[in-house]
Structure formats: C-alpha cells, structure tokens
Design a protein around this ligand. Structure first.
Ligand code: DGL
Length: 280
C-alpha cells in the first residue's frame, strides 16, 4: 500500500515548536512528524537579524537534504519574521512560517486593547509593525518582549519549576502599562509561550483570551500538503546541543519520540544518532 502520510519537519530554536507540533499532531491528518531544535543557539530572540539570516536558512536546508521532508514548518516567530523568504528560496518544498496572531487577536478584542507578547526581537520587527498597521488599526496594542519567558518554558519542559519571576514580569509589562488594565486578548507571538499559557492566565489580573498560531499553522499545513485524514506518526527529533537536549527528552518522549539525533556544527549540520542510553 502506498504510504499517504506526509513527512513534515517542524523546526524551532528549542522546545517552543512543540506547541505547534501539538496542534499539528492533534489535527487528525496523516502526517509523519520530525522535529529539529537549534538549542545550541537558544534564544533566537537575543540574536541579531544578521546572525539568524546567516545560520537558520542554511541549517534548515541541510536538514531538509538529509531528512527529505515534504514540507517544513518554521515553528518560531523570531525566525519566521526574518528568514522565511530565504528559507523558501533555498528549498523546493512548501515552507510554512508562524505569523504572530495579531489579526485574530484584533478581531477578538471587545475592549479594543490587546497585548502582544513575543521575544525582544519579534516585538520590535518591522514585520510586526506592518501586521499591526494592517490588521489592528484602531486598536491599542501593548507590546512586551521577554527572553526570560523563553527560558521559563524550557525549564518547565525540563520538568523544573519555571519560577514566577518571568511570568510576573511579563504580566506586569502588559497589564501594568498605560491602558493595560483593559487588555482582554493577548497574542502569544512566540511559540514557547503557549507552553506557559496556564501560568500566564493564572497570574493575569483579569480573564483574557490567550491566542496562539498553532491551530492556524496546522490547518495551513494540511491545506498546502493536501494531507489526508488519519493518525499522525512521530519519527525523530534532532538537536544542535545534545547536552542541553538530554534534560528535555522526556517532553519529547511523552509526545511519542524515541529516535534522537545530534546535529553537528555549521557548516556540515550533519545529523547523527544520539544514543538514548546516554540521555539520562
Ligand atoms: N520559539 C521562538 C519564537 O517563536 C523563539 C524563542 C527564542 O529562541 O528566543 O519566537
């Protein structure tokens, strides 16, 4: 029988792409899912545009060469907002990026005041300004950039206590800003942040809608690949830092991954098996 499942590579700097992976895995489509994390370079949100342009397209292109996916999901807002066109130019398969969910958040706010939580890089990008001008004209958009929240999400998925400080700081940055008390919708424009949605909601001074892009990406992916209905399967995960990945393997195992690899340094980005025996 012909295997109808579509092979997809989900890419992020760390575990954040798992929030997108979860939405894709829950979409009821026959995908075969691989995951790659450039965790040696985490956090992308503190890298310059130039650093990301020099590294990310080359890394994704090498992974695609070795794993032959039928589509790539750049499950990282920080990378998508800066390198998507370069990644598309380097590959001959569909590349789906993450767009900060500013449009649905603007449509959902009743008070006319929305929050935008992203990495320090994403909050100040021209791409973000354009999205706000295009889709949130007439709304008040309160932005807050946090790299500490990225680390808190990494900690949570390592099974550690993420602590309150990054969460408190982000909530204060949004709701404590002038006009912030009226925020009723927050666009989570970093894929790490939906992993902390419960903690953020618990710390917020009022009930809000916390919106992310996971489901929209899963729908887009199903559309571009004309993916059939079916159960997703999970193949392998690879990391640029094997040492840092070991602490997070449980988060991957609980999602069905059992095959782990290491990605060698630039420019080879060669993928080689990482023995599970050394992972604990
Ligand atoms: N998960 C990434 C994003 O969506 C970036 C986190 C980081 O490496 O700074 O922006």
């Amino acid at each position: 029988m012909v295997n109808a499942a579509k092979r997809v590579l989900v890419f992020d700097s760390g575990v954040g792409g798992l929030s997108v992976f979860d939405a894709i895995a829950a979409s009821g489509r026959a995908f075969e899912l691989d995951y790659a994390a450039d965790n040696a370079w985490l956090p992308y949100g503190l890298k310059t545009d130039e650093q990301l342009r020099d590294r990310v397209p080359a890394l994704i292109a090498r992974l695609a060469e070795q794993w032959a996916p039928e589509a790539v999901v750049v499950a990282c807002n920080t990378a998508s907002t800066i390198v998507l066109e370069q990644v598309r130019a380097a590959l001959s398969i569909p590349v789906v990026g993450v767009v900060p969910p500013i449009k649905p958040a603007a449509a959902a706010t009743r008070t006319g005041v929305m929050g935008l939580l992203a990495t320090p890089a994403t909050v100040q990008r021209a791409y973000t300004d354009d999205l706000i001008a295009q889709f949130a004209g007439g709304k008040k958009v309160i932005r807050f950039g946090s790299a500490a929240l990225v680390e808190a999400a990494e900690q949570k998925l390592r099974g550690e206590d993420p602590g309150q400080s990054a969460i408190t700081e982000a909530v204060a940055g949004l709701f404590g800003a002038p006009g912030g008390a009226d925020i009723d919708v927050v666009a989570l424009a970093c894929t790490h942040f939906p992993l902390l949605a419960a903690e953020l909601a618990a710390a917020a001074p009022r009930p809000c809608l916390w919106m992310d892009s996971g489901e929209a990406i899963a729908r887009r992916l199903a559309h571009v690949l004309a993916a059939e209905e079916g159960a997703p399967s999970v193949r392998r995960a690879a990391f640029t830092s094997a040492d840092a990945a070991r602490a997070s393997l449980r988060a991957f195992e609980s999602r069905g991954f059992s095959d782990f690899s290491h990605i060698a340094e630039a420019p080879s980005f060669e993928v080689a098996p990482l023995l599970r025996a050394t992972s604990v």
